[in-house]
Design a protein. Structure first.
Length: 309
């Protein structure tokens, strides 16, 4: 049922998200039967992603046939090609979690108007949690206004992140980032759904979030949730024009500034000197890891040759 307190476009997006959520929940009852294919190493798509995306697109275009669509699985294949209104869709953010039966995944739908996110819905079908936001009207969880946390020190903060998982990802640099943050925070968490991670920052469940390698459909809806809940979102340098830059950081304003101070040097927009320092640290870590690996292998060889008569 449509809520009279929500923007009409949000009501349509909520209908689409709940329809997709029903598809996901039905499939979750027998996840072993779901057909899975692999887009690339460790990057999966299921028939559930595709069915949920089709249902979302059908619902949105039935209400707004002149709008554009930008979706994770079908790209810009559907909808108008020259509209100022573009729906950005991730039908199942957290697919790897879903196929393992790990209940941390969601539907993410955002509306960009002239390139700016103005409407957002994130729906967690496992918990029936509905996050909504309209630019200038605040962010809500199940019709309750939400705000980012009030913590002021990074040392007291719980931060969520994501791990690199694709071939070619810079694992050593990410380990350096995590090492820096681990030393400066109460703890790091890796739930596995960036859209839900951002919604949790908006709700104050976590105090901040950072991840690289993300696509616009991963972060579009969540970014508006954070800002409408009083937080800040941008790239690792703190620049708010981040949507297509494949690096995302979000937090309450006080913690955000401290995260920029820690993660800024890892940004692709960092100064040449900062990048050189990061590269050197990553190379040192890789060399130390190789030495340890070689030593372990040598120790294993020694023990295998000392067999008694």
């Amino acid at each position: 049922m449509a809520s009279p307190n929500l923007h009409p476009m949000i009501n349509v997006a909520v209908k689409a998200a709940r329809t997709a959520g029903s598809i996901i929940n039905r499939a979750a009852l027998d996840v072993e039967a779901v057909r899975i294919s692999q887009k690339q190493v460790n990057d999966f798509v299921t028939e559930v992603d595709q069915a949920a995306e089709a249902a979302i697109i059908e619902t949105l275009l039935a209400a707004y046939p002149g709008h554009g669509i930008w979706a994770e699985e079908s790209g810009r294949e559907h909808g108008a090609k020259d509209s100022e209104f573009v729906w950005i869709i991730d039908p199942l953010d957290g697919t790897t979690n879903f196929i393992h039966g790990f209940p941390v995944y969601c539907v993410s739908i955002a509306l960009a108007v002239k390139g700016k996110i103005e409407q957002a819905v994130i729906y967690d079908p496992s918990r029936n949690d509905l996050f909504t936001a309209t630019k200038g009207r605040g962010a809500f969880l199940n019709d309750r206004r939400i705000r980012v946390s009030k913590r002021v020190r990074l040392q007291e903060s719980l931060i969520s992140t994501g791990f690199p998982f694709r071939p070619g990802d810079d694992f050593n640099t990410y380990l350096s980032m995590m090492g820096d943050m681990m030393k400066l925070t109460t703890g790091l968490r890796r739930p596995g759904s960036a859209a839900l991670d951002l919604a949790y920052v908006a709700a104050g469940y976590t105090d901040g979030f950072f991840e690289s390698g993300l696509q616009p459909w991963d972060v579009a809806a969540g970014s508006l949730m954070v800002t409408e809940a009083g937080g800040l979102v941008g790239n690792f340098s703190g620049d708010s024009d981040f949507l297509e830059q494949k690096e995302c950081m979000a937090a309450n304003p006080r913690v955000y500034g401290q995260m920029v101070g820690t993660l800024g040097k890892y940004s692709k927009f960092a100064s040449a000197g900062e990048k050189a320092t990061v590269r050197q640290a990553a190379q040192t870590a890789a060399a130390e890891s190789a030495i340890e690996h070689s030593a372990d292998n040598a120790a294993g060889d020694d023990t295998s040759t000392d067999a008694p008569f």
